[in-house]
Design a protein around this ligand. Structure first.
Ligand code: GDP
Length: 320
């Protein structure tokens, strides 16, 4: 059993669940953390390229996340939205005044030919973020959701309709052509452990895993003894935030930590479930997984660091 401290950890992340865990891991590892972030939620708004999951992780790692709103930047105002509404623009997807700066800078740099990966590095460095945040791919991937009223853009479902419609089917436009960046491939090749955030299995993790080279990089890491741990985003049968529990059911899965474990079982080694779900541990072990039972709610800085510390300790012990 290796007892060397971990230096290079890769996290796969969506927005809120991904950001909370990343914040906790960054408290332990600083620049040793690389976050590979979902870009399937990205969109164009008012001519600007908006990357919601990336920006949630960015602001959280910079300590600038708005905890009262649960998204966006602290101290945010929305004066621009009122002005845009006055011009007859749609404002159901509001961009904050401070947040707008991020999208302006990103859009200008991308239009000038810079890669999203390089723009992300600039944004992170400018905000003093220690960890590295890598978009999962440079290719445009756009998640679409089929409801009883037909196919919807991701943000129409998520923000405009408040995730109310039942999700019948998902598709990820552009994913079949998407390839991992050299940075993502190198991070997976250097990883000493891979940690999967409690992010939505369908909306956040499936697109990341579908990028050519990422699943292969994870499998190659496991083959050289690198442990892969995932944390359940379902606690006591419910999502901490968002529609994951309902989507699990509507797509034919069980809304429980066991249901999530069944989805991830083929490609992970350790599944972390909340203390309230301890009774599910034997059934998850039967899937061939190691199970760690811990408090997994990351609602404070202390809780984020504690959960991350517990997971890092567990994967350190699993290294071969
Ligand atoms: P989104 O893109 O903003 O929806 O964020 P993610 O996909 O990264 O995260 C959403 C998932 O994270 C939901 O299923 C939540 O239940 C889960 N989640 C959020 N916060 C926590 C937490 O503190 N602990 C755990 N265990 N799960 C969480």
């Amino acid at each position: 059993m290796a007892e060397r401290p971990l230096e290079h950890v890769v996290e796969l992340a969506g927005g809120v669940g991904g950001a909370r865990l990343a914040h906790g891991i960054q408290a332990h590892l600083g620049a040793g953390l690389t976050v590979v972030v979902n870009t399937g939620d990205d969109l164009e708004r008012h001519g600007l390229l908006v990357c919601p999951d990336h920006d949630t992780v960015l602001y959280t790692l910079a300590g600038l996340d708005n905890r009262a709103l649960g998204w966006g930047l602290e101290g945010e105002t929305f004066a621009n939205a009122a002005m845009l509404a006055g011009y007859g623009e749609e404002t159901w997807f509001r961009l904050g005044d401070r947040d707008l700066a991020t999208h302006i800078v990103r859009t200008r740099r991308v239009r000038e030919g810079q890669r999203l990966t390089d723009v992300a590095r600039h944004l992170g460095a400018s905000l003093g973020v220690a960890a590295r945040i890598l978009p999962m791919t440079e290719n445009a991937v756009r998640t679409k959701i089929r409801t009883d009223d037909g196919w919807l853009d991701f943000q129409t479902y998520f923000v405009r309709l408040h995730q109310a419609p039942e999700v019948r089917e998902l598709r990820y436009d552009g994913l079949a052509e998407a390839t991992a960046t050299p940075e993502v491939e190198a991070a997976l090749a250097a990883a000493e452990a891979i940690v999967v955030a409690p992010s939505n299995p369908f909306l956040s993790l499936a697109p990341i895993l579908g990028v050519a080279g990422i699943r292969a990089g994870i499998d190659a890491a496991r083959a050289r003894g690198v442990p892969v741990a995932a944390i359940s985003g379902i606690i006591g049968g419910r999502a901490v935030k968002g529609p994951a529990d309902r989507i699990l059911v509507s797509l034919g899965h069980e809304a429980s930590a066991l249901g999530v474990a069944r989805i991830h079982a083929p490609w992970i080694d350790l599944f972390v479930i909340d203390t309230v779900d301890a009774a599910l541990a034997p059934a998850i072990r039967e899937l061939g997984l190691d199970v760690l039972v811990a408090d997994t709610l990351m609602d404070t800085d202390e809780a984020r660091a504690r959960v991350a510390g517990t997971v890092l300790e567990a994967v350190t012990a699993l290294r071969r």
